[in-house]
Design a protein around this ligand. Structure first.
Ligand code: ZN
Length: 278
């Protein structure tokens, strides 16, 4: 069922209703729920061993589940200290290596903080860093896509424009479009027309292929003047997820939608059901 669909839905990490808290059991649960993807969370560090990653690949292939991975939170490609910058690069590469072993296609990460620097300066720093990362991975034969995320706080590098510009300039870099973050950061971007405008902007900037292979994050969210406060379930938030799935359908978006609401699979299923009813 899911394989035929151009857009698949899943959770950020192991579903709450998973039999055990292993990645393999999580993937099996995604399959049971008739969803199509899961993001493996390495947010506290990449601790999975290569043999486990190969077993994860086997389970995912069996269920036809598409995998991506979220790199550790401790990444700042604009850190002042050179050793922190190289450690950040290494964390992205570690995640990419284990993702390739899992048979996954994408690595999601939070690229940098502005650290009170000029945004244009931070952009140049992040761009150079991503060029180096992609060159090293390709030299290793690793083809995983590096996907910086649209971020929700004013202090974080990663506006929609910055992420799309990076993707247009660096080969091997593609967006993670977090609609909840962008809504929280702008206080807008929460209606069918605005969602459609964002998707058209991506098409214009990166080409039709980008909409054929999107990686999307979404959840309910609370926010204030400085952007994101925390993720919420849709029911407790103002996020118009039904209008989002309508925009995704009408713009013929293909790829993966990862739900980051605290209730994980409940909201992922809400999204999937809303999408399938269209
Ligand atoms: Zn993230």
């Amino acid at each position: 069922m899911t394989a035929k669909e151009g857009l698949v839905f899943g959770t950020a990490g192991i579903p709450r209703s998973s039999r055990t808290l292993t990645t393999q059991a999580g993937i099996e649960r995604i399959h049971e729920l008739e969803m199509g993807c899961m993001e493996v969370e390495f947010v506290q560090g990449v601790k999975m061993t290569p043999p486990t990653a190969r077993d994860v690949a086997r389970v995912a292939a069996k269920g036809g589940i598409r995998l991506s991975a979220h790199a550790p939170y401790y990444i700042n490609l604009n850190a002042k200290e050179p050793e922190k910058r190289s450690a950040s690069q290494e964390r992205i590469m570690q995640t990419a290596r284990i993702t390739a072993l899992m048979g996954g296609d994408s690595v999601v990460f939070h690229p940098a903080y502005y650290m009170k620097d000029e945004p244009s300066h931070v952009y140049a720093t992040v761009k150079t860093s991503l060029e180096q990362i992609v060159a090293k991975l390709r030299a290793e034969g690793n083809r995983v896509l590096i996907r910086p995320e649209v971020m929700g706080k004013d202090s974080q590098f990663g506006t929609l424009e910055e992420i799309l510009q990076l993707c247009s300039e660096v080969e091997g870099v593609a967006p993670t479009l977090d609609f909840a973050h962008w809504h929280a950061r702008t206080g807008k971007a929460n209606s069918y027309n605005e969602f459609t405008a964002i998707l058209r902007k991506i098409e214009k900037k990166l080409g039709k292929d980008a909409l054929n292979n999107m990686h999307i994050h979404v959840s309910g969210i609370s926010y204030g003047p400085k952007g994101e406060n925390k993720h919420l379930n849709f029911a407790e938030s103002d996020f118009r997820y039904e209008e989002l799935v309508m925009a995704l359908k009408d713009c013929k978006v293909r790829g993966a939608v990862i739900c980051e609401s605290p209730n994980l699979e409940e909201d992922a299923l809400l999204l999937q059901n809303a999408y399938r009813k269209l």
